[in-house]
Ligand binder design. Structure first.
Ligand SMILES: NC(=O)c1ccc[n+]([C@@H]2O[C@H](COP(=O)([O-])OP(=O)(O)OC[C@H]3O[C@@H](n4cnc5c(N)ncnc54)[C@H](O)[C@@H]3O)[C@@H](O)[C@H]2O)c1
Length: 281
């Protein structure tokens, strides 16, 4: 089957579909072939605007992925209205940056609530439906930082490593049940996530954004195209940016191989993205 026809006639639920990668995924799927899209986001206005722009059969729903009840309502509602759930893309996520000692535990909880618990709820509740149906595809959006270290973003990286572990384990567990399971691991994509991120300590968020996005990052539409192709092929791990294959390959061959680069990046971060407000403390 041609990748562009993979989503044809399917019921596809996407979280975090009001912005960035989730919005681009919905646009790509609708351009490829009409699918019954259920678009969830905590930002009701943004996701409604996206659904309106796409037109029927896309529909918007409000969801807070940190709430089991909210995710259950979204999934049960989609199945009740549309009769089945073919694909769920657990994409909603938030970012954070800064040195470990500066994170409040509340910062950790927020990151794990959205990035990990959001995926745990979405995966488990969708999987139960899919087991009853006997088919389905669960797609969880992690990050390259879920495959390799991401210094100065330890909480984010920890949440994404957990998503990779959950998803790759379930892929093997679900195989005999006929359920497909994939994890998406993008590098840097030019989305508003950098404006919304929590920066702890003396980190200058604007400098992080400028430094991270200053090297021609991939556009969300291009990323969505790569991701949709990976889903259609039922890839276990979907890498997005061309250079990511090299980084992941080097790290798998020898975790030490990337240490000089990561230590340089930590030093660069301290020198360029942190103000000296606490000097002398
Ligand atoms: N942009 C990147 O460079 C990049 C790289 C690797 C991984 N990712 C991952 O891709 C996913 C999408 O990120 P993006 O870059 O498109 O970010 P984004 O900020 O553009 O979009 C994220 C969306 O998630 C929604 N959201 C946040 N908290 C939510 C909650 N509690 N419940 C429901 N929705 C919620 C936001 O309202 C927003 O619409 C995230 O999981 C992110 O970690 C992004």
């Amino acid at each position: 089957m041609k990748p562009a026809r993979y989503f044809e006639g399917k019921t596809v639920l996407i979280t975090g579909a009001g912005s960035g990668i989730g919005k681009a995924l919905s646009e790509t799927i609708m351009t490829w072939s009409p699918a019954a899209l259920v678009l969830g986001d905590i930002d009701t206005a943004a996701v409604q605007a996206n659904a309106d722009a796409l037109g029927p059969p896309a529909r918007a729903t409000q969801v807070d992925v940190t709430s089991e009840d909210s995710v259950r309502r979204m999934i049960d509602g989609a199945v009740a209205d549309l009769g089945r759930l073919d694909v769920i893309i657990n994409n909603a996520g938030i970012a954070a940056g800064g040195e470990l000692q500066d994170y409040a535990f509340e910062d950790w909880r927020r990151i794990l609530d959205v990035n990990l618990w959001g995926v745990i709820y979405g995966t488990t509740l969708a999987y139960r439906h899919m087991l009853r149906q006997g088919y389905g595809h669960i797609v969880n959006v992690a990050s390259l930082g879920g495959l390799i270290p991401e210094p100065m973003a330890a909480a984010y990286s920890a949440s994404k490593h957990a998503v990779v572990g959950l998803t790759s384990s379930l892929r093997e567990e679900a195989h005999a049940r006929g359920i497909h399971v994939s994890v998406v691991c993008p590098g840097v994509i030019d989305t508003p996530i950098f404006d919304r991120a929590t920066y702890v300590g003396n980190v200058d968020g604007a400098a992080v954004k400028e430094g991270t996005l200053g090297h021609g990052p991939m556009r969300p539409g291009e990323a969505a195209h790569v991701i949709c192709n990976g889903i259609a092929r039922n890839d276990g791990v979907i890498l997005v940016n061309p250079s990511d294959r090299l980084f992941w390959g080097l790290y798998r061959a020898s975790p030490r191989a990337l240490s000089p680069l990561h230590r340089y990046l930590a030093k660069y971060f301290r020198e360029h993205f942190e103000t000296n407000a606490n000097e002398g403390d």
